[in-house]
Design a protein around this ligand. Structure first.
Ligand SMILES: [Zn+2]
Length: 135
């Protein structure tokens, strides 16, 4: 069994629906077929995908707050990726690696968004200092 096929096979119905909903168009023909086959084997029709997507409720809201599920598709399947980030402060570029918890289903990463916010605010502090020095 191919890795994608196995991955799809192990998903819950709503996860498969989210996977289709968020990512189907980014796949090549071969992989698209595997996704469609998995839908077919579960008797989920493409036009009914929305019906399988989870609706936000109190329980899910709580789980999002606790970081247990993805805030975008509500799946609890995450992976950790380490990426090299650059931050440029006053002509100097600092490289560092950052761990991101990323959703396997829709690729949403709350960590990445938070870290981006942080990065922007660091940059803002430095640009303010720079501006103050100039005046
Ligand atoms: Zn997700």
């Amino acid at each position: 069994m191919s890795e994608l096929k196995k991955f799809l096979h192990d998903l819950e119905d709503f996860e498969l629906a989210s996977f289709y909903h968020f990512r189907f168009n980014s796949f090549m023909k071969n992989s698209k077929e595997k996704i469609l086959n998995e839908l077919k084997s579960r008797n989920i029709k493409e036009y009914q995908i929305d019906k399988y997507l989870l609706k936000l409720n109190e329980k899910i809201e709580l789980e999002i707050e606790e970081g247990k599920v993805c805030p975008k598709c509500y799946s609890d399947k995450f992976y950790n990726s380490t990426e090299i980030e650059n931050i440029t402060i006053q002509f100097e570029t600092i490289r560092y690696s950052e761990n991101y918890k990323t959703c396997l289903i829709c690729l949403h990463s709350q960590d990445k968004i938070e870290s981006q916010k942080e990065k922007n605010s660091i940059w803002n502090i430095f640009s303010v200092i720079k501006l103050l020095k100039k005046s």
